[in-house]
Design a protein around this ligand. Structure first.
Ligand code: NAP
Length: 257
């Protein structure tokens, strides 16, 4: 089976490091032109775009800012013309003790929702409008992969309630898109990783220990970003379109359901 993404232009958010960088690399390796989005990591994003080639370009945008989400999509559209797929990967996991003063807890909650859920909603909205544009008699169509988390289904520690809730919101959003826009040629998928060795996971490991992170997996090593990326390429290839709305769990057997 050949994964061929040549001719596709794909926006990957949070591609400056971690899972997003691995996804961008894999998509370009399969022939796609990638819009490498970053927030703070300009140097890393530029290095990655130069490395993966295939016409990749970098785009900045603070996804905590709703206006930046709309401009991000518009900028990619101007540079790339047509966009075939969107991967909402950028995300944050803020440790927020339940016992903290309510104002602090609420600040963390709102920031988590803004980056993980609102930005995803806004970018999906732009993508749907773009994908629905008529090309002759048929809608153009397109694909969306939203990177949620095992936490959306299994739940998370009390310090990460906002994270789990934001990821569950992404799941409901993705399923709704899949059901509502299939006839317009739009397919939407959820990828739900478990612990994956990145900067985000490191913060959790520092707090709870490597044993906690690795202790409940069925496999003999922790998931790496490169273990996530091939599934995203497969979902965007067109070979899995009839699985629209589905979730693929990539959690090394730590939460089998
Ligand atoms: N690692 C895990 O164990 C794990 C498990 C389940 C799900 N996930 C999900 O997988 C996705 C990627 O996670 P990761 O582990 O690769 O995380 P990571 O290493 O912390 O990378 C996060 C990425 O998101 C971007 N980002 C964060 N806040 C942003 C903002 N306000 N505006 C723009 N970009 C922003 C960062 O960009 P800059 O650095 O350029 O600012 C970075 O590229 C996330 O959605 C995460 O929730 C991860």
């Amino acid at each position: 089976m050949q994964i061929d993404l040549s001719g596709q232009s794909i926006l990957v958010t949070g591609a400056s490091r971690g899972i997003g960088a691995a996804i961008a690399r894999r998509l370009a390796g399969s022939g796609a032109r990638v819009a490498v989005h970053y927030g703070q990591g300009q140097d890393a994003a530029e290095r990655l775009a130069a490395e993966i080639g295939h016409g990749a370009e970098v785009f900045r945008g603070d996804l905590a800012d709703a206006e930046a989400c709309a401009s991000l999509w518009a900028e990619v559209e101007i540079r790339f013309g047509s966009i075939d797929a969107l991967v909402n990967n950028a995300g944050i996991a803020i440790e927020s003790p339940l016992g903290a003063p309510v104002a602090d807890w609420l600040t963390d909650w709102e920031r988590t929702m803004a980056v993980n859920l609102t930005a995803t909603g806004l970018l999906c909205r732009s993508a749907i409008a773009h994908f629905e544009k008529q090309h002759g008699a048929r809608p153009k169509g397109g694909r969306i992969v939203n990177i949620a988390s095992r936490a959306a289904f299994r739940g998370d520690q009390p310090d990460y309630f906002a994270y789990a809730a934001s990821k569950a919101g992404m799941v409901a959003l993705t399923r709704s898109i899949a059901r509502a826009f299939g006839k317009a040629g739009i397919k939407a998928f959820i990828v739900a990783p478990g612990f994956t060795r990145t900067q985000m996971a490191q913060a959790f490991i520092d707090q709870y220990g490597e044993d906690y992170a690795a202790g409940d997996i069925a496999l003999d090593r922790m998931t790496e970003p490169d273990d996530i990326a091939p599934t995203v390429a497969f979902l965007l290839s067109g070979l899995a379109d009839h699985a629209t709305g589905t979730t693929i769990d990539l959690n090394a057997g730590s939460y089998v359901r």
